[in-house]
Design a protein around this ligand. Structure first.
Ligand code: UD1
Length: 339
């Protein structure tokens, strides 16, 4: 079964391509290379044993997307990553985020409408803001977004809801990711932040390898057991598998409309616990210091994954230690084989 993977050369997209192939699907990758590297295609080839189909396409170009959809009659499902995701940048360049994240989604929905498609959308736990109850379930209210990036995820979910409410023949699943980290065990693909990483784990590995001098732990005075923020870190390979599980659920006759799932481990880890897990997994000592809080950070969030376990038949299997050791292996790989 041919599955369109929009943004399939990115961090989560590339890992999902591997899991699709492992489960017998035929991924068709579309990417505009705005935040990814064409050489990931060769890296994927090394992992899966053949070169996946790839189209360089700007999904914001409505006519190009229509032409592409018309030329692809066998696609039965779509996984839509293809979005910008840097929270800080989105505050400074909101229109860049609204243009890319909305135009691409709307163009894709329009172009494939009426073909009975199954669609998986990349959403985020950011839609919950700071939840009142932890772990947060899918029934928790969506809170006012803290950034244009977060707003694109919330409004995109509303767009999907509205399309389904209109009687469209799409089936849809929105996956609300917690914090994706780690890399494929081959270390041939992983996260490649451009410039100084904003996310925790790439900053840790770059500090350990000597690219950065010191990790700043943003805030040591939160109302958490050790004072640092808590997140639900999820291995990107587990996350890739969740997309396969979502496709499988939608392939069932009795699935209709749209559903939303938390994709996390169900367990929170503090920044200091992540550092400790990294040190234990690698035997290294990390240079870090506690610094003032970062604007816009929520204190703690982790997900209840019960619904995903029961309905998607999916569960995170890889632990924090594996997340850290695989991220470290990848950092070493790109140090020696710069992409
Ligand atoms: C954010 C977004 C999330 C998005 C993700 C990917 C929110 C609430 N969350 O996650 O939706 O999918 O980025 O880009 O908008 N930290 C440090 N030092 C660092 C870097 C991070 O201490 O140098 C801490 C942060 O304060 C935070 C934790 O590490 O407590 C995780 O941060 P990060 O990796 O940036 O992810 P989020 O902000 O949780």
């Amino acid at each position: 079964m041919k599955i369109l993977v929009n943004g399939g050369l990115g961090f989560i997209g590339s890992h999902t391509v591997v899991e699709l192939v492992n489960s017998g699907y035929d991924p068709i990758i579309v990417d505009d290379l705005s935040n990814s590297d064409i050489r990931i295609l060769d890296q994927l080839t090394k992992i899966i044993g053949f070169k996946p189909t790839f189209h360089q396409l700007d999904l914001c170009d409505e006519q190009a997307v229509k032409n592409f959809a018309d030329s692809q009659k066998d696609i039965v499902g779509i996984i839509h990553f293809a979005a910008f995701k840097a929270v800080g940048e989105s505050v400074n360049l909101p229109l860049k985020y609204y243009r890319n994240n909305f135009f691409s989604l709307v163009n894709v929905l329009n172009a494939f409408e009426g073909r009975g498609m199954n669609l998986v959308f990349s959403s985020s736990c950011t839609v919950y803001g700071q939840p009142e109850q932890l772990p947060v379930t899918e029934a928790a209210p969506v809170q006012t977004a803290q950034s244009p990036y977060g707003n694109t995820k919330q409004v995109a979910e509303e767009i999907l809801n509205d399309v389904i409410a209109s009687g469209s023949d799409y089936k849809m699943i929105s996956l609300r990711y917690f914090n994706p980290v780690g890399a494929h065990e081959s270390a041939l693909i992983g996260e490649q932040p451009i410039g100084v990483p904003q996310n925790l784990v790439p900053f840790i590995t770059q500090t350990a390898i000597g690219k950065r001098e010191k990790l700043m732990v943003w805030g040591g005075d939160y109302n958490t057991p050790d004072g640092s923020c808590i997140r639900d870190y999820i291995h990107v390979v587990d996350l890739g598998r969740a997309h396969v599980a979502a496709l499988k659920l939608m392939e069932k006759e009795d699935f209709t409309g749209i559903d939303f799932f938390n994709i996390g481990t169900g367990k929170g880890s503090s920044v200091l616990e992540v550092i400790k897990a990294f040190e234990e997994a690698t035997g290294l000592k990390l240079n870090y210091e506690i610094a003032p809080r970062r604007d816009g950070d929520v204190e703690q969030v982790w997900g209840d994954a019960t619904k995903s376990t029961e309905k998607l038949n999916w569960k995170a299997e890889l632990d924090l230690s594996t997340m850290m050791s695989s991220a470290w292996k990848w950092e070493n790989y790109i140090a020696q084989n710069p992409l």
